[in-house]
Design a protein around this ligand. Structure first.
Ligand SMILES: Nc1ncnc2c1ncn2[C@@H]1O[C@H](COP(=O)(O)OP(=O)(O)OP(=O)(O)O)[C@@H](O)[C@H]1O
Ligand SMILES: [Mg+2]
Length: 244
């Protein structure tokens, strides 16, 4: 479903991603792990068009999408969330998701209708499915950090993605919030048939839900395989797992 071939990016000579190749199968849940600065966020930004690669290819379902603008890549079916939340802090939870539906699906023929009348049912349905319905009227900026990350997931889902890239979806969450969020993600991915690629520092989370793990180290792919293979890989243990 998603294939990255020899992707590279340097910032002023510093190689952040130095020729990474990776595939994620349709409906697979895959994780990219690695120490701080390994290049995980940069890799995601290269895939979603937020950063232009210096070289290499990104293929979505066989189609070359390398270097396309972020909104076009989103339209082609790759949704994402960011390491730092990317919500409208002054809008309500409902309005944030509604705005995402509007941005993705447009106004159709109802050009003169008021924005607040669009996609109300879809918004309510999506909020219920991610367990945020009780907070629909809350101002997004006042939500707990965990709920803000959940909202960001809702915004990403409003673009109806086939592939979802999540950059540290549980960063800053308590252990309980983390567990709940990962269960939610697994359920949503199953229900919607999503292909999921995420980064995460919490190894318990990674080893519980990822079917495939890619280990990045200093911009290079150190190893990739099943959780069991990664656990027993001496190189991975040495440079990464040993630190935890
Ligand atoms: N815009 C930029 N300009 C210069 N250097 C950058 C830029 N973005 C990232 N880097 C550098 O590239 C390297 C990889 O950064 P990146 O954010 O991709 O790492 P990461 O694996 O996501 O780390 P973390 O786990 O801390 O989120 C780091 O050394 C970082 O300082
Ligand atoms: Mg990062």
């Amino acid at each position: 479903m998603l294939e990255v071939r020899d992707l590279r990016k340097a910032f002023a000579g510093f190689v952040a991603v130095g020729g990474v190749s990776l595939t994620v199968e349709t409906r697979q849940i895959a994780a990219v792990i690695g120490p701080n600065g390994a290049g995980k966020s940069t890799l995601f930004n290269l895939i979603t068009g937020h950063i232009m690669p210096d070289g290499g290819r990104v293929l979505l379902d066989g189609r070359d999408i390398t270097g396309a603008a972020p909104h076009r890549i989103c339209r082609m079916g790759i949704g994402r969330s960011f390491q730092r939340t990317n919500i409208f802090a002054r809008l309500s939870v409902f309005e944030n998701v509604q705005a995402a539906f509007l941005a993705h699906r447009g106004r159709g023929a109802n050009f003169w209708a008021r924005s607040e009348d669009f996609y109300r049912d879809e918004t309510a349905g999506l909020l219920a499915s991610i367990g945020l319905d009780a907070h629909a009227d809350a101002i997004a900026g006042t939500l707990s950090y965990g709920n803000q990350k959940q909202l960001e997931l809702g915004i990403a889902l409003a673009s109806d993605p086939e592939v979802l890239l999540l950059d540290e979806p549980t960063a800053g969450m308590s252990a309980t919030e983390t567990r709940e969020t990962m269960q939610l993600l697994r359920r949503i991915a199953g229900e919607r048939g999503l292909t999921l690629l995420f980064t995460e520092h919490d190894m318990e989370v990674v080893f519980t839900i990822a079917a495939k793990i890619a280990v990045l180290h200093q911009g290079h792919l150190l190893a990739e395989g099943t959780p069991a293979e990664m656990r027993s890989d001496p190189e991975v243990r040495r440079v990464y797992l040993g630190e935890h």
